[in-house]
Design a protein around this ligand. Structure first.
Ligand code: Z5A
Length: 224
């Protein structure tokens, strides 16, 4: 059995991850690929309970360290019970956020040490890394405005603009560090253009064609 591919979608809030995950799932299924669509934090019963606690504004104050450990606890369950079994069965796994979100939110947003995140990543994931990550990137205000139309703000969405700016910078740094894996898609353009750019990347992964200008890879740069 050929192992499936692991694709993740990343970006700040409201950039269109959920919308485009459904688009990619349809696109792959049209190419006869069996897809498991999932999300983080979440994806199993226990991980979804952790998600509820993490997003609930009424939870007792969650320390930065607790938040980081809860993300990886949820991820550990998710990998063992959903992601690894699906990949081993030859299915492709499409995941709305994964560990790049931890580097962006807990690393960039909460200033947790990158070396600590790396240690947990190695412990929980072993060699598992996404084959492809689509980073939907847009100015923070664009995402906040789109997400704000829902009218209800969770524990993360209630953060200040400066937090989301740090998250965006950390995501872009991840893209610079891993240009082969992380493809940046401009998300502040009409949905049809975003999806054209995404399908170009997916076609390349499927060995069907090249990429257009709406997609870029960052340049390699070392972390401070
Ligand atoms: N988190 C973390 O801290 N550490 C971690 O390791 C992980 C997660 C894994 C939950 O994530 C929180 O967990 C997250 C980070 C933290 N908090 N935040 N913020 P989430 O993925 O559930 O939360 P989210 O980013 O807030 O998701 P979202 O608001 O649902 O955004 P989205 O999925 O990117 O967007 P969308 O729902 O597809 O689109 C939003 C609206 O924009 C919708 O009305 C669309 O129709 C519209 N849209 C989409 N694209 C377009 C374009 N191109 N033009 C115009 N309108 C558009």
């Amino acid at each position: 059995m050929i192992r499936g591919k692991f694709i993740t979608l990343e970006g700040g809030e409201g950039v269109g991850k959920t919308t485009n995950l459904a688009f990619i799932k349809d696109y792959l299924e049209q190419h006869d690929i069996s897809v498991v669509a999932t999300r983080e934090p979440g994806g199993t019963k226990l991980a979804e309970k952790l998600r509820q606690l993490l997003l609930d504004k009424k939870s007792e104050a969650i320390s930065e360290q607790t938040e980081l450990l809860m993300m990886f606890a949820a991820r550990s369950q998710h990998i063992k019970h959903v992601i690894e079994p699906a990949l081993a069965q030859g299915k492709w796994v499409l995941c709305d956020r994964f560990t790049d979100a931890t580097y962006a939110y807990q690393g960039g947003g909460r200033n947790m040490k990158i070396s600590v995140i790396e240690g947990l990543e190695n412990l929980v994931q072993g060699n598992l890394r996404p084959d492809l990550t689509l980073l939907l990137d847009a100015p923070v205000e664009v995402g906040i405005e789109r997400a704000g139309k829902r009218g209800v703000f969770d524990r993360f969405e209630s953060e200040q603009i400066s937090f989301f700016e740090s998250v965006r910078r950390a995501y872009l740094l991840q893209a610079e560090l891993y240009p082969e894996r992380i493809k940046i898609v401009k998300a502040n353009q009409p949905l049809a253009d975003v999806q054209r750019a995404i399908s170009d990347v997916i076609r390349t992964l499927l060995g069907l064609g090249g990429m257009n200008n709406a997609v870029s890879s960052g340049r390699r740069r070392s972390l401070k």
